[in-house]
Design a protein around this ligand. Structure first.
Ligand SMILES: NC(=O)C1=CN([C@@H]2O[C@H](COP(=O)(O)OP(=O)(O)OC[C@H]3O[C@@H](n4cnc5c(N)ncnc54)[C@H](O)[C@@H]3O)[C@@H](O)[C@H]2O)C=CC1
Ligand SMILES: Nc1nc(O)c(N)c(N[C@@H]2O[C@H](COP(=O)(O)O)[C@@H](O)[C@H]2O)n1
Length: 226
């Protein structure tokens, strides 16, 4: 599986303000670029923190791209994936609608009632890990379901955890022309943070988009994309 992490940060590396409500850092050119990556992906993943903050739909917005997918015999939209150890996704969350398949990755610790609620809402519940969703087991389960290209949009807890598990192949970061600040504001990679064994990146491209800059990185030591 090819794992592509994409997110937008402020010039000081924040994904959102300390209030964690959705912040539009990208401009129209960058949102269109992300829409194109979604259209090429088999699934789009977020952590439950992002679901609670943003209530995203994670669908492809451009109708021509949707039509192209359908013409290729693919589902209209990529599948949605939520990393949700304890089953905190609200059952009226936008990504539980019937626009696309949704996988809710939970840990064994997730209450049975929550798992049943997701199944009733039409999602497929996948148990991966005991106390917290185990990223490797979760991605293996997605690969078993035919997911070869996974786009991860955030947030910072999930992104760190995927880097920590050595699962990220490609990183694109749009750095927008704003400063957010705040020690409690989420950053691109939160979690415990590294003190050694820092992932090393190779710069693949730099591009001006809107009033910001897009940085493309390959993650060293990962197999070449097939
Ligand atoms: N600017 C951007 O491009 C984006 C910004 N955001 C922002 O990020 C913020 C949310 O980020 P976070 O609070 O970091 O939440 P997050 O979206 O990374 O979710 C973290 C939660 O996911 C669950 N989880 C399950 N398995 C996990 C695992 N293996 N590793 C990590 N988490 C796991 C845990 O309950 C954890 O609390 C929001 O403010 C949102 O608006 C989110 C996506 C993109
Ligand atoms: N690329 C990008 N730039 C920003 O400025 C953003 N705020 C985000 N947020 C991500 O997009 C999701 C919303 O998706 P829908 O429009 O609901 O399909 C949001 O949850 C973040 O993952 N991304």
């Amino acid at each position: 599986m090819h794992v592509h992490v994409n997110a937008a940060t402020s010039a000081d590396g924040k994904l959102a303000s300390r209030e964690r409500s959705q912040l539009r850092i990208s401009g129209p050119e960058d949102f269109d670029r992300v829409d194109a990556i979604r259209a090429e992906s088999d699934a789009v993943a977020v952590g439950v923190g992002t679901v609670l903050a943003d209530d995203p739909s994670l669908t492809v917005k451009d109708e021509d791209r949707v039509a192209d997918r359908e013409g290729d015999g693919r589902p209209s939209h990529p599948a949605r994936v939520v990393f949700d150890s304890r089953g905190r996704t609200p059952t009226d969350a936008a990504l539980l609608d019937d626009a696309a398949t949704t996988y809710v990755l939970v840990a064994e610790a997730a209450p049975e009632g929550r798992r049943e609620a997701f199944a009733s809402a039409g999602a497929e519940v996948v148990v991966a890990g005991s106390d917290r969703v185990d990223p490797s087991a979760g991605l293996d389960a997605l690969a078993d379901r035919g997911i070869d290209r996974l786009l991860v949009e955030g947030g910072g807890e999930l992104i760190f955890s995927l880097f920590e598990a050595g699962l990220v192949d490609e990183l694109t970061v749009y750095v927008g022309a704003t400063v957010v600040g705040g020690r409690d504001a989420p950053t691109l990679a939160d979690g415990e943070g590294f003190v050694e064994g820092f992932p090393e990146l190779s710069l693949d491209g730099v591009e001006r988009l809107d009033d910001g800059v897009l940085l493309r990185w390959a993650v060293d030591g990962r197999p070449a994309d097939e």
